[in-house]
Structures are given as structure tokens and as C-alpha cells.
Design a protein around this ligand. Structure first.
Ligand code: 8YV
Length: 302
């Protein structure tokens, strides 16, 4: 970026507020943003005329009002594909971490409270032989299914449409969430955040899961109703939750921190050196294509 552009970099990684974002856009032709830069309609309408493109350093683009950008003829791109494996790996880490109570075990070591090996100490649950439900069978959902099959899990999924047989790879399709949920010993969320999916994990849907089911989320925090999940974790109806994403992150609901049956990570689904490099180069490829007058490799359209 330094070589080909004159970037105004956010060197401290502090989240810019709305006003600062608009102010900093003033001498720019394009914005390279990420998930914490909210570009809602109001912000987009106030962007200077010089802005022709928004490249987001993320596969998700729920923070951008794409319709508002299109109305202003601002092109939008994202970074799909390059973070599939890293994110699927974190979903497996969450499944294992939540099922095996890895957070509690780690804390016992760090806080020096581990006193004895006991037959019933730190008991978790097996993944082997269990049913894993996948909500949203896109690239990441399918990569999780592949990994979970290596753990001898039985895969069930719900998606807007059924996948072709070779992509299903033996997974069972459910044409509704209602049909999927009773078949999930584990549920992994991989749907995009849209007006249709926000709050999709709520009191009603949680109730449809078998008692003791374990939920993991590497997608977006706003798919989950925190009050509903926290009360289901407290009652034990949900056995454990592994969460990498949260509503209002990094200011997540503090009750998650004190629950013994949560395994929590700070939104690091794509956080490997290899993947973050690939995301950065992907965002740059899109900017380069745009300013060369070529088609974007990863356009975001409605
Ligand atoms: C991170 C993600 O938010 O790409 C996404 O949509 O949620 C994650 O990969 C991203 O790396 C931050 O820019």
C-alpha cells in the first residue's frame, strides 16, 4: 500500500468514530476499512465526493450499507475465500474448547488451583459420534463440516438452498431451521448477518435444541440474542457455548465472562499471519483493479 498509494494509515488501530471516519475520508479516493468501521447510510451519504471505492478487510460486509454505496456509485469489495480455513479451524477450536471445558482447565493451571486428578474432574463431552448442525453452509460452513467429519461427527445443515451432492459430502439437508435444530448435539453458526438472520438464535430457537446442546459462533454476534443464550446457559438447557464474536464487541455482555460453561475468544477467526496477509493483498488487488479500470475480483453487490 505504501508503494502504490499515499495511505493515511490508522497506526494505533483505535476504532475511529463516525465523525473521524468522515473527516479522514476528505482527501481520499478510496477507503480500506474493517468490521469495526460502521459505514451506515448516514455515514455513506456524508462521505466526500472524492470517495469512489470502499474495500473491506473482511469477508463480512454487514457494517456497510451497500445500497447506500451503490446509490452514490461507490464500488464495494470484500475478501472472501482467503480466510475460510483459518475461520473453520477456530470453529473447531471453539467446539473442542466448549465441549471439553478447556477454558476452565487453562484457568486452573494459570491460577494454580489444580490440586488433584479426579475421575470426575473437568468432565467434558465427546465430539465423536455426535450430530453437528451447521447454520449457513457457505465456504466456511463446508470447511467446518469437512473437519468435523474427521472427528466422526454426523453433519446436518440448513442453508437457503440445498447444496449439490458433491458439495454436501454426506451432510443431511434441512429446509428449515426448525427441522435442523432438534438434530443438533452441537450447532455451529456460519450465516451472514442480515436483517433476516439477526437474532435468529433466540429463546424459541434455543428451546428447539436438545437439552445440553453446545453452540459455537464464529459468524457475527448479532445473530444471537444474548439474554436468551445467557439464560439457557444458566439453566443448563444449553450445555456450553464457544464464542469468537459478540454483540457490541469488544464491549461484550459481561455475564459471559462469569459463566463456567463458556469458552471465549476475541474475534480471532481470521487471525493468522498467513490469512491476514492474504486478506490485505486481496483488498489491495481489488483497489488496484478498480483504479486500473478493471472488473473487481471480489465485488459486493446487492
Ligand atoms: C475479522 C471477519 O473480522 O472477515 C470477517 O468478516 O469477521 C473476520 O475475519 C476480520 O479479520 C477483521 O477485519
Amino acid at each position: 500500500m505504501q508503494k502504490d498509494y499515499q495511505p493515511d494509515l490508522n497506526g494505533s488501530d483505535e476504532i475511529y468514530g463516525q465523525e473521524e471516519l468522515i473527516e479522514r475520508a476528505k482527501s481520499a479516493d478510496a477507503l480500506l476499512v474493517t468490521v469495526t468501521d460502521t459505514l451506515n447510510r448516514e455515514v455513506i451519504e456524508r462521505l466526500p465526493r472524492s470517495i469512489q471505492m470502499i474495500a473491506t478487510f473482511s469477508v463480512g460486509y454487514d457494517q456497510i450499507d451497500v445500497a447506500a454505496a451503490q446509490e452514490r456509485k461507490i464500488a464495494v469489495s470484500n475478501t472472501p475465500g482467503v480466510l475460510t480455513n483459518a475461520t473453520a479451524d477456530i470453529a473447531m477450536l471453539l467446539l473442542l474448547g466448549a465441549a471439553r471445558g478447556a477454558g476452565n482447565g487453562e484457568q486452573a493451571i494459570r491460577q494454580n488451583t489444580w490440586r488433584n486428578w479426579a475421575p470426575t474432574g473437568f468432565l467434558g463431552r465427546d465430539l465423536t459420534g455426535k450430530r453437528l448442525g451447521i447454520l449457513g453452509m457457505g465456504r466456511i460452513g463446508r470447511a467446518v463440516a469437512k473437519r468435523a467429519q474427521a472427528f466422526d461427527m454426523e453433519i446436518h445443515y440448513h442453508n437457503r438452498s440445498q447444496l449439490p451432492e458433491h458439495e454436501e459430502a454426506g451432510a443431511h439437508y434441512h429446509d428449515s431451521l426448525e427441522s435442523l435444530l432438534p438434530n443438533c448435539d452441537f450447532l455451529s453458526i456460519h450465516a451472514a448477518s442480515t436483517p433476516q438472520t439477526r437474532g435468529i438464535i433466540n429463546t424459541g430457537t434455543l428451546q428447539a435444541l436438545p437439552p445440553g446442546a453446545i453452540i459455537v459462533n464464529t459468524a457475527r454476534g448479532d445473530l444471537v440474542d444474548d439474554n436468551a443464550l445467557i439464560s439457557a446457559l444458566k439453566s443448563g438447557h444449553i450445555g456450553a457455548a464457544g464464542l469468537d464474536v459478540f454483540n457490541d464487541e469488544p464491549q461484550l455482555d459481561p455475564r459471559y465472562r462469569t459463566l463456567p460453561n463458556t469458552f471465549l475468544l476475541p474475534h480471532l477467526g481470521s487471525a493468522t499471519l498467513e490469512t491476514r496477509n492474504a486478506m490485505g493483498f486481496c483488498a489491495l488487488d481489488n483497489l488496484d483493479a478498480f483504479f486500473a479500470g478493471k472488473a473487481l475480483p471480489n465485488p459486493v453487490t446487492l
